[in-house]
Design a binder for this molecule. Sequence first.
Ligand code: FAD
Length: 380
Amino acid sequence: MDFSWTPDQIQKREAMIELGASLSDGVAVADRDGLFDRSKWDRMAASGVLGSFVPEEWGGSGDDVLTAVAMLEGLGYGCRDNGLTRAINGQMWAVQEPILNLGTEEQKRRYLPGLVSGELIGAHAMTEPESGSDTFSMTTEAARHDEGYVLNGTKTLVGMAPVSDVALVYAKTAPERGRWGISAFIVETNRPGVVKRGPFEKMGLRTVPIGDLTFEDYLVPDSALLGREGAGASIFTDSMEWERSFIFSCHVGSMARQFDETVKYAKTRRQFGQRIGKFQSVSNRIADMRLRLETSRLLLYHCAWLKSNDEKALLESALANLHLAESFVANSLDAIRVHGGRGYLSEYEIERDLRDALGGVIYSGTSDIQRGLIAGLSGL
Ligand SMILES: Cc1cc2nc3c(=O)[nH]c(=O)nc-3n(C[C@H](O)[C@H](O)[C@H](O)COP(=O)(O)OP(=O)(O)OC[C@H]3O[C@@H](n4cnc5c(N)ncnc54)[C@H](O)[C@@H]3O)c2cc1C
């Protein structure tokens, strides 16, 4: 495994840090008011980051996954808006990747260029009110019809649902076959038959909306089926491997920025006649933060290296997801402690990271679910 970055990757990461910084204005107000700024989405999309690992024929730049991860880490470092960067990752890994991997030529032509350019916003709709961790217990159904399928059911807690144009939706096409009777559909969400609810008030990631998608006798054509009928569970499992691996790519950059700022503060803030970084309680915290940051990077890069080499990352993706999610929470808490009272005040934009980080121990499978996966893949 080669851990060195090429000059091209370094240059792309630097460019993303710069872009990220330019997108950081006004985040505190947007966070307070729970506002999504479409113009920031468009500016970020114009950089080409959404299409970094998408081939040129579908509007991307055809880079490998490692390069995409380097760019996203840079974006996360520069951009203080964790909601925006989380939404970008959600679209890239949970919507674009499955379409790229399993879509027909027609589906790729219809959706990928628009998603990559940012013109279309994509959502990944799996969770239901009564089906969360137990994903395959879903009740949304897609009944066979002369002209395609009739979709009925509600997906909830769906990131970007209120502003989405297209969603990857999982539904039962043969309820009697359990998990083998689930299919995946690419659904256009701005048509009659789709009801959007939201944005819902939430604790963190407040700059991007989350909501419901309800389908009421919504007719989707055969051409909306992703992969074959009944392949939904394996599509979801495969797609989750990508999502778990890379959904935190930007957050690793956020952790790096948070770390640098915390070290800087520990070197300048003085109490009892000396810099607070001289107190071992503070320096130990800095060491722990560094360890979590570096181990997060290694796990992320390992997944990127495996995927760049077309290898499976079932265990590695669960390890990365669990460690990155929990590390971002732990480091955000430590950053607040080191900054003392200032860390607690919204004005200094330290506390927001903790609120944003907490969602990560729930989405893409809770930390408990990741632990269960890891234990299972370890022979238990
Ligand atoms: C910020 C955010 C963004 C999200 N984005 C999306 C999205 O874009 N698309 C989407 O479809 N969903 C999304 N979700 C939903 C998310 O995937 C679910 O909330 C998550 O899978 C947990 O489901 P649940 O909320 O129903 O909790 P439950 O499954 O009811 O879990 C409740 C508790 O029980 C524990 N538990 C449940 N089963 C087990 C088990 N087998 N072993 C051990 N513990 C268990 C859980 O770990 C948790 O602590 C998002 C959620 C959040 C918070």
